[in-house]
Design a protein around this ligand. Sequence first.
Ligand SMILES: Cc1cc2nc3c(=O)[nH]c(=O)nc-3n(C[C@H](O)[C@H](O)[C@H](O)COP(=O)(O)O)c2cc1C
Ligand code: SF4
Ligand code: SF4
Length: 320
Amino acid sequence: MYIPIVFFSASNNTKYIAQLVAQGVEFEGLTPVHVPIEELANYSDIVEQAPLIAVGAPIHGGFAEPIYRWLRAYDFTGKQVYLFSTAAFLFFGSSVEAARIVTKNGGNVAGILEVRFQAPGDGIYLLNRMRERYPLPTEALKRAFELGRTMAVAASSAVSTEHKQIYFSHRKRLAALSSLWVVKLIKRAALFIAKRCLFRFDPKKCTACGACEKTCPSGAVHAKSKQSSAKIPISLGLCIVCLRCFKACPTAALYLIGKERSAYYQGPWQLHGYLDPAEAKTRFGRSKRDGAFCFTRQHCRMSHSSVPQRHHTKDEMPKA
Ligand SMILES: Cc1cc2nc3c(=O)[nH]c(=O)nc-3n(C[C@H](O)[C@H](O)[C@H](O)COP(=O)(O)O)c2cc1C
Ligand code: SF4
Ligand code: SF4
C-alpha cells in the first residue's frame, strides 16, 4: 500500500521531516511516496486512492500558501490526514486552522506534528552559523519517524473511516483568532514585510538572462530586461517564497539578506541524521487532554524522558 507524503519546502526543513515520516512508514513495511506539491499532478492517482496521507508545510504566517491552496481545493472525503509543519518561532495556531480546512473538505485529521527548527533550512531565514549553535531538534525528529510508523500501522489495520473532529481545547482560542479576517490581514502584511526584508537585488550583477523569470512558478518575477534600480524585480504579493529564482540566478544578482550564494542548497538533498528504528520503539499515545493522537510536546504534555537524544550521522546510516 502506498502512503503519499505531500509537502512544500523552500529550504528543506519540511522536506527533512517528510523523509523521516517516510522512514517510519517504511519501517512498518509500507511504501511511502514523496509528493512535492509542485509535482502533485504526477501523483494524483496515488493520492486519490490512498486512505491515509501526510501533508507538510513550512509556516509562513500560516501553512505555506501552496499547501493552503491545495487543502482548500481538495476533496478529502474518506481520508485520514496527518498534518506536519516546521517553523522557526511561532506556529500561530496554523495546524488547527489547516485541520479545520481538511475537516470541512471531508477528511479526518488523525494526527498533527509541529517541529520547531531553530536550526536553519538550507536556504533561508536563519544564518548558517546558527546551524552550529542550535542542534537539530532530535526529539521532534523522532516524533516524525513515529508519525510515519503510526500512519503505516493505522493503514494496515484498516482504520475506521468514521469521522472524528480533532479537538485541541487549549489551542482553540488561538485558532479561532487566526480565522478572524483582521488577523489574516495582519499575517498577510507580516509575510509581505518579511519578503521585503529578506529579498535583495543587485542591478549591477544582473545580466537580464531571464533564468529567474523562467523558473518562477507564480509568474512573480519580471527581470528579463536590464534593471537599473535596486528595487527587487518580484511582485511580492504573488511570490510563494519557493526560493527557486534565488537558486537559479547565475550571478547572485538576486540574493537573500545575510546569505552568500555559496551557502544556498545546491546538490541533491540528503538526510543529515538517521534515526535508528531499534531506538525508536516508543509509540506515542493519545493525549489525555485532547483525546486525539498528537506528537508534539505542547499538545501532549507527555514525558519524553525515555526518548533517546542521539541520532545517527549520515556516515552511520546502514548500508543498503
Ligand atoms: C517568508 C517566510 C515567512 C516565515 N514565517 C514564519 C512564521 O510566521 N513563524 C515561524 O515560526 N517561522 C516562519 N518562517 C520560518 C520557516 O517557517 C522555517 O524556517 C521553516 O522550517 C522553513 O521550512 P522549509 O525549509 O521547509 O521551507 C518563515 C520563513 C519565511 C521564508
Ligand atoms: S519570485 Fe522567486 S521565490 Fe517567489 S515564487 Fe517566484 S521563484 Fe519562488
Ligand atoms: S537570473 Fe539573475 S542575472 Fe538572470 S535576469 Fe534574473 S536576476 Fe538577472
